[in-house]
Design a protein around this ligand. Sequence first.
Ligand SMILES: *Cc1c(COP(=O)(O)O)cnc(C)c1O
Length: 417
Amino acid sequence: MSDQHTSSASLASLRPPALLSGTPRFAEPMHLTRPRVPHERMFAELIASIFRSRWFTNDGTLVRQLEEALQHRLGTGFCAAFCNGTVALQVALRSLDLSGEVITTPFTFPATVHAIEWNGLTPVFCDIDPETYNLDVSRAAELVSDRTSALLPVHVFGNPCDVTGIDRLAEQRGLKVVYDAAHAFDVVHRGRPIGCWGSLSVFSFHATKLFHTGEGGAVVGPDDVMRRRVSLLRNFGIVNEDEVCGVGLNGKLSELHAALGIALFELVDEEIRARERLTARYNRSLAAVEGLRFQCRSADTLPNYAYYTVEIEEERFGLSRDELHIALRAENVLARKYFYPLCSQNEPYKYLPSAEPAKLPNANRLASRILCLPLYGELQEEDVDKIIECVLAARAAAPSVRAAVARHALLASGSSA
Ligand SMILES: *Cc1c(COP(=O)(O)O)cnc(C)c1O
């Protein structure tokens, strides 16, 4: 109960939220993430080596060096670097000769579902588990039909899917499995690196991700057969000077991007440890707040602390997620509503039978309840404390915040009419 005491004592001393006082706690926008930059000397040396060799792309030294380092770190049979995670997803699906339908989650970044559609395949949305936010495997089993050729689950926010359940289902029904591991760099689950599960896994090295190359991504998998297929598709399907096979595309990572990756690779441990400390700091103050819930982390996992998300239970918190989002924006805290709108609500997909909201109750509920708070290695502890204060101040003044949000909405609709 002493926690209760300290938190109500500190609540009393909170100054009012910016939405009421007009004074944001942050003078400058506090972004969700801030990409890490490399040590300048090392990066400059790598760039100079590219300039000397004039080798900018096509299986260059630096791409190969990065692939080797990643393959080692990610513990997979091979790692093929790509220009981005989306093209990596497209190629991963293409390399498995799929047809018909692919079962996936609506609670993800749009690229996951687009990659299915770009392959001329039909996405079938499956609801998620309300605790882990990942694909509900028993629902997926019900959606498998004779048109299904693969599953494309996402390790959402780096939390491992029910990989053994998915393995079993895939085995029983003869399905391929491609994991979208865009959030799961470096995660280890049940003693195995995350990229070891399924037929293939895909990472994104976009600047907003835990480890990045500016733009970039990778397909990882078990063996040389898949390595060859993926590599061919990544380079137009060119086998040699005299032969092109398969509908390839250009998915190559450039040497310049690889240089960034190599230079940042040695900072990734530090990045993860910093995020771990900041996560603990958030948790100390937010874990016991009534009306906040948290993603249930899969057991037997070494996490990567890529994201910090909270689930807002409107009735107990006093504010909806959207109201809190607006209150934080007034403080200059640019929290994000991941993943809203759900992919199943987006124009190209909302007419699919599987996209009906009634069939995806958990995903629809979570899409309206989750907020992602700023988290990155260089974020200062004082700033985390201030962000926490923003959340607690909004909660402490919930009825007035709600009224202020409604007033703003009214003003906005009035001025646009
Ligand atoms: C970032 C992301 C992607 C796409 O990666 P890009 O490298 O930006 O193309 C795919 N899936 C998920 C879940 C992501 O978060």
